[in-house]
Design a protein around this ligand. Structure first.
Ligand code: UDP
Length: 242
């Protein structure tokens, strides 16, 4: 496998807030940060350009906050978007501690801590081997960072959307609750949408389908998974046109 060539030149990775969380699933976990950064470095070292969209659910999920408080839902969603900026800054410092060069770009203006997302500038960062960390979701409320990641993948012409999860890929039911749930190695976009399989937001799946971007759903907790996928090994679930 030493002389294997990467299957992709540019990927869009989606890391949920949960993937960066501490042991209790909230806040930012030191171990989680290092695990994610090491995975990103491993594919970057293979010569793959990486853009990462970070979620914010470990800090604030807009719909949950709005349901539990007097805060109007739109405001709660903006708070969720700002949470993704917090995660992005943590990931930036961790990646840079590993020697990578990064830029955080946000769809919500937070000029003191990062750049605004500008598509052409983002592509330029990638071409210069910088990891682009995309924060702020889409910049608009009522959607999630899954949709932001799919949009970004289309905008920057990523060859695949890597969706990091806590399980091995897509199953017929939640494998944590249904032990004999069926694991899918491949799926079509249509099947994911028609059967409403819990992979990512259906709008994100639809966006990838329309732009012919395969989605690879994989386990973030297995070190080396990302580079295995990049080198063409059958890891996780691949969603495509079939
Ligand atoms: N959010 C939003 N617009 C976006 C992306 C995110 O309003 O384009 C808000 C939304 O409230 C969401 C929160 O930010 O709950 C955190 O993002 P998300 O839930 O996608 O994070 P993840 O589940 O990936 O950790």
């Amino acid at each position: 496998m030493l002389d294997a060539q990467p299957k992709y030149r540019r990927i869009q990775l989606k890391i949920s807030g949960e993937g960066l969380a501490g042991p209790g699933g909230s806040g930012i976990g030191e171990e989680a940060l290092h695990r994610v950064a090491a995975e990103i470095k491993s594919v970057h070292d293979l010569g793959v350009q990486v853009a990462v969209t970070v979620g914010g659910g470990n800090i604030i999920r807009g719909s949950t906050l709005a349901a539990q408080s007097h805060i109007p839902e739109a405001t709660a969603h903006y708070m969720g978007m700002l949470a993704t900026v917090i995660n992005a800054l943590a990931l930036q410092e961790t990646l840079e501690a590993l020697g990578l060069t990064t830029r955080v770009m946000s769809a919500v203006a937070v000029a003191s801590v990062c750049e605004p997302f500008v598509r052409r500038r983002c592509v330029r960062h990638l071409q210069k081997d910088r990891v682009a960390i995309l924060a702020g979701g889409t910049g608009r409320p009522f959607v999630t960072t899954d949709t932001a990641a799919a949009l970004a993948a289309a905008e920057i012409a990523a060859e695949a959307l890597f969706k990091a999860t806590q399980v091995d890929g897509v199953y017929s039911a939640d494998p944590k609750q249904v032990p004999n749930a069926e694991f899918y190695r491949t799926l079509t976009y249509d099947r994911v949408i028609n059967e409403r399989l819990k992979v990512m937001d259906l709008s994100a799946v639809d966006m990838c389908q329309r732009n012919h971007i395969p989605i690879v759903v994989f386990n973030l907790h297995k070190p080396g998974n990302m580079s295995r996928i990049v080198l063409g090994e059958p890891v996780g679930t691949t969603i495509g046109k079939g």
